[in-house]
Design a binder for this molecule. Structure first.
Ligand code: GTP
Ligand code: MG
Length: 315
C-alpha cells in the first residue's frame, strides 16, 4: 500500500538555491536566462559564512577587493546565518555597492558548516575559497592557495583541496592549547595528516566540497572527509590575525564536547568509506562516451580510468 509523504515545509539540500540573495541592478544575477547562460561566471567563489559579524562586514569586503581585484575574476558569496546584529543589512548595503558581492540568508542559525554548504551550493565558480568572516584570515593568502590548487590539479586531478594551516596563532594560550590537543587527538585517530583543521581558509573544488557528507561540524573534518572519498589534500602555511571586532562564536568547552561526538562519527564514516582502486567501463562503446563518472572524470583518459584511490595521505 502506498502512502503519501507530506510535503516538507523546510528548506532541503535538494532545493535549487537562488542564483543570488539580493542582486544589485545590472549584475549578472539579474540577467535573463539566455544572458546568464552566456555568462561564463567568475573563476573563484569566495564563500564567507557569517554569524553576528556586523562590524567586520565592511572592512572585510574592502580588504578582499583591495587585495584580489586584478588577480582573477571572483564573487564573494556571504552567507548570513541567522544574525541578530544587523550583519545582513550591512551585507545588503555592500552588495548594492559592489556587484561581486552576493548575499544569502538563513532564516535561523544553523552553524558554520551550514553556511559553508549554502555558499558552495550557490557558488558559480568551479573553485571555492572558504574564508572566515571575522578578518582573522588574510585575503593576501588566497592567490597562493588558488595557484596551488590549479597547478596541483593540472598534474593530479584527484587533488581536491588546499588547506591553510596557521603558524603563529593570534589566540589566548587556553584556546591555543585546546586547539592543539583537539588537533592532536583528531590527527592521531583519523590519520588525516593535517595539523590545523580549524583554519578557516581553504581552496577546494566546488564539486569536491558538495560531494562530502554534510553535518553540522563538517568544516572541522574536511581533510579526513576528502581523503575518505579518494581525494588528495595539500597544505599551505597562512597567516592568523587577532579578531579585530565582534565575538568568537566557539568557546573551549562547546567545541570540545561536540568535537568528541563528531570525531567518533567521522571515524566510523572514514572506516566505512570503501572505494575500488579503479573503475573500468567495460561496455563496448565506452571509449566513444569518454571518461567514466567519478572524481577523475575531468582527467585525461588514462587517468580517468583510475577514478578513485583510497585514503591518499596529505602532503
Ligand atoms: N554561519 C555561521 N557562521 C558561524 C557560526 N559560528 C561562527 N561562524 C562564522 O565562522 C567564522 C569563524 O568563527 P569564530 O567565532 O571566529 O571561530 P573560530 O575562528 O573557529 O575560533 P576563534 O576565532 O578562535 O574563536 C566566522 O566568520 C563566524 O562568523 C555559526 O553558527 N554559523
Ligand atoms: Mg575566528
Amino acid at each position: 500500500m502506498s502512502q503519501d509523504v507530506p510535503e516538507s515545509p523546510k528548506a532541503t539540500m535538494f532545493d535549487q538555491l537562488p542564483e543570488t540573495g539580493r542582486a544589485p541592478k545590472g549584475s549578472a544575477a539579474r540577467a535573463s536566462a539566455p544572458e546568464r547562460r552566456a555568462d561564463p561566471g567568475p573563476e573563484i567563489s569566495i564563500v564567507v559564512p557569517m554569524h553576528d559579524e556586523v562590524e567586520n562586514v565592511e572592512p572585510l569586503l574592502a580588504e578582499i577587493a583591495a587585495t584580489l581585484n586584478g588577480t582573477f575574476t571572483y564573487e564573494v558569496v556571504c552567507v548570513d546565518d541567522g544574525s541578530g546584529d544587523g550583519t545582513v543589512e550591512a551585507l545588503q548595503a555592500a552588495a548594492d555597492a559592489n556587484p561581486a558581492v552576493r548575499v544569502l540568508r538563513h532564516s535561523r542559525r544553523c552553524g558554520k558548516s551550514a553556511g559553508v554548504q549554502t555558499g558552495a551550493r550557490a557558488a558559480r565558480a568551479p573553485i571555492v575559497v572558504l574564508m572566515d568572516g571575522d578578518r582573522q584570515n588574510d585575503p593576501a593568502d588566497v592567490p597562493a592557495l588558488v595557484a596551488d590548487l590549479r597547478d596541483g590539479r593540472s598534474r593530479d586531478p584527484h587533488l581536491i583541496m588546499v588547506a591553510g594551516q596557521r603558524g603563529r596563532r593570534a589566540d589566548t594560550w587556553l584556546r591555543q592549547l585546546s586547539s592543539r590537543v583537539a588537533n592532536g587527538v583528531r590527527g592521531a585517530v583519523l590519520g588525516d595528516g593535517t595539523r590545523d583543521t580549524g583554519c578557516g581558509l581553504k581552496a577546494i573544488t566546488r564539486e569536491g566540497l558538495l560531494a562530502l557528507p554534510y553535518f553540522d561540524g563538517q568544516h572541522r573534518f574536511m581533510s579526513a572527509l576528502v581523503q575518505a572519498q579518494g581525494g588528495r589534500v595539500t597544505l599551505r602555511d597562512v597567516a592568523d590575525r587577532p579578531r579585530a571586532a565582534g565575538q568568537a562564536k566557539y568557546g573551549v568547552w562547546n567545541r570540545l564536547w561536540v568535537g568528541i561526538g563528531d570525531l567518533l562519527a567521522v571515524t566510523w564514516l572514514v572506516r566505512r568509506s570503501h572505494l575500488p582502486d579503479r573503475v573500468e567501463d567495460l561496455s563496448a562503446d565506452a571509449s566513444a562516451r569518454g571518461p567514466a563518472n567519478g572524481p577523475g572524470a575531468d582527467a585525461s583518459e588514462a587517468e580517468s580510468k583510475r577514478v578513485a584511490g583510497q585514503g591518499r595521505a596529505a602532503s
